[in-house]
Design a protein around this ligand. Structure first.
Ligand code: SF4
Length: 398
């Protein structure tokens, strides 16, 4: 893209791994071929100082040239079942430079030879170029496309996401991936106070994504970390919506390092989100059926509990007891799992077996110190029940 500096580097290692999957992207593994992002969204959290992205965020792009070679080598070492997320919070893997570099296409060709489920979060229709390969991967394991989209108003999109794909292209991308049998979902975040965080915009957006056949629709608000992120965003607000500047200063006046808005503002918006989720008729988080059977059972339980917590938060339910139970569950899994990465003779299935044993014996009640959560975990582990986050109930099992 004109006016953008590209710097190519070689990196030493590629795949990052988490002890338990990230519930937001349901992924255990991750990597990104790029650093910084030409899409140049003015609200991008990746601009924040805490990510140490050097140079100008949307003008100095780092290309990790040897990603495909490293992927080929490291993919064979994966022993624990889980999703691979390609991307990061500070780059979009299908930003314009990918058109020429084709790193994602080469990665997809490699991944198509294995049986690892993949998730990609993007704002770009360029991903359609590689649909043939992602569909192949979906047939073997699973491919989940998470599309970020917050408005159907093209002029608003241009103001805040200048170089990302137009709205209609993103909707078309969702339709094409759905038609190819892939799982799809929309992250409607960040919704911008008074601009896109309005009933009118959310209704129009909900209608559009439902027509695109998505499996889930996840709305979320804006965080503004003090520093470069907030300054960049506020310049766009001052330029395009000067009348809202004072309101934004008020909502984000507490300058929390997390960038969270005023509590009252969050409370005020809860019914708006709840209404959108009800109207959409789809899950507010990644459905259980998307990852069931594709991750270790102890991961599956962790993901369902964490996603259930998010779904309850959308409903305004107090989740403190559930959070505590999730923390205790996590501690137990960590303890049992600890020696396995260092031992070739031990398998991660050992952790699944231990979980089944403590569910059978009832010991799980002592582990999570919560009867209801223990019964819930047992239903997933022993009865292989499927949880539906729309109606917050089990819908079947095997
Ligand atoms: S596409 Fe994502 S990573 Fe890129 S600028 Fe926009 S928000 Fe940031």
């Amino acid at each position: 893209m004109a006016g953008v500096n590209y710097r190519s580097i070689d990196i030493k290692t590629l795949i990052r791994k988490q002890e338990l999957a990230d519930f937001f992207t349901i992924s255990k593994y991750g990597f990104s071929p790029y650093r910084a992002c030409e899409h140049g969204c003015s609200y991008c959290d990746g601009r924040a100082e805490k990510y140490y992205v050097e140079g100008e965020f949307d003008k100095d792009i780092v290309i990790r040239k040897n990603v495909p070679e490293l992927l080929e080598r490291e993919i064979t070492r994966i022993r624990e079942r889980g999703f691979l997320c390609i991307g990061s919070g500070v780059s979009d893997v299908y930003q314009p430079v990918e058109q020429r570099e084709m790193i994602m296409r080469r990665c997809a060709e490699i991944l198509a030879q294995f049986e690892i489920p993949v998730v990609i979060l993007t704002k770009s229709s360029l991903i359609m170029r590689d649909l043939d390969l992602w569909a192949q991967i979906n047939n073997k394991s699973r491919f989940l496309l998470m599309m970020s989209l917050t408005t159907t108003d093209e002029s608003v999109r241009r103001q805040f996401e200048p170089n990302a794909s137009p709205v209609e292209e993103r909707l078309e991308t969702l339709r094409r991936f759905k038609d190819a049998g892939c799982s799809t979902g929309v992250l409607a975040m960040p919704l911008l106070p008074y601009i896109t965080e309005t009933e009118k915009n959310i209704d129009a957006l909900t209608d559009a994504v439902i027509q695109a056949g998505v499996d889930f629709f996840m709305p979320g608000g804006l965080t503004l970390r003090p520093g470069i992120q907030k300054d960049t965003f506020m310049k766009t607000v001052q330029r395009c919506y000067p009348g809202f500047t004072a309101e934004y200063e008020r909502i984000y006046a507490n300058s929390l390092s997390s960038g969270a808005p005023d509590r009252q503002w969050m409370k005020r918006n809860q019914p708006l989100y709840q209404r959108a989720i009800m109207r959409s008729g789809v899950s507010p988080v990644v459905p259980h059926t998307v990852f069931r059977g594709l991750v270790q059972i102890y991961e599956e339980v962790f993901l369902v509990l964490s996603l259930m917590k998010t779904a309850y938060e959308y409903r305004g339910v107090d989740t403190r007891r559930l959070s505590r139970a999730i923390g205790l569950y996590r501690n137990r899994v960590s303890e049992v799992r600890k020696p396995i990465p260092r031992s070739r003779s031990l398998s991660f299935d050992t952790v699944d077996r231990e979980l089944a044993a403590i569910c059978k014996s009832g010991e799980i009640r002592g582990v999570v110190q919560n009867e209801k959560t223990a019964a819930f975990i047992t239903s997933i582990v022993l009865d292989r029940k499927i949880f539906d986050f729309r109606d917050m109930k089990f819908i079947g099992g095997s």
